[in-house]
Design a protein. Structure first.
Length: 146
């Protein structure tokens, strides 16, 4: 399976990326309808993974705070999980984020994804907490270069 990674450039790519987030966050994880998309999408840079001629994963980068880069809303279609698509996308966006020379690169991740982010070079820097009061535990993680 050939996988390519790129910055979202068209409205159709953006819509497909949002559809994956809706499938994961609202349908699979039962977050409230209307949860996604959100206003922060307007100030974020979005990236996608393409396999089998379709968008199969997405993530966004956003300055938070001003000198730092936050990786947010990483999702992979269910059929493509466990195949390296997400890790490849994470490594791609880390390369893109580093070009901005941020003071740090960080994420608020669902707790069960900690091992995934650790493979990409992140360390956990907080205890678990319920980020949105939805019963989904999260942790803060920061990227640490080798």
């Amino acid at each position: 399976m050939k996988i390519t990674y790129k910055k979202v450039e068209t409205i159709n790519e953006f819509i497909d990326a949002i559809r994956i987030r809706v499938d994961v966050f609202i349908l699979e994880q039962k977050c409230p309808p209307g949860w996604d998309p959100e206003e922060l999408d307007k100030v974020a840079t979005h990236y996608i993974a393409i396999a089998d001629d379709e968008i199969v994963a997405s993530v966004r980068l956003r300055e938070e705070p001003k000198t730092a880069i936050k990786i947010e809303n990483m999702v992979v279609k269910k059929a493509y999980r466990g195949k390296g698509v997400g890790l490849g996308l994470a490594k791609y966006v880390l390369t893109e984020a580093k070009k901005r020379k941020p003071t740090k690169i960080w994420a608020e991740t669902q707790s069960y994804t900690q091992k995934f982010y650790q493979k990409a070079g992140f360390i956990t820097v907080s205890d678990e907490y319920d980020l949105y009061d939805l019963g989904i535990p999260h942790v803060k993680m920061e990227y640490k270069e080798d």
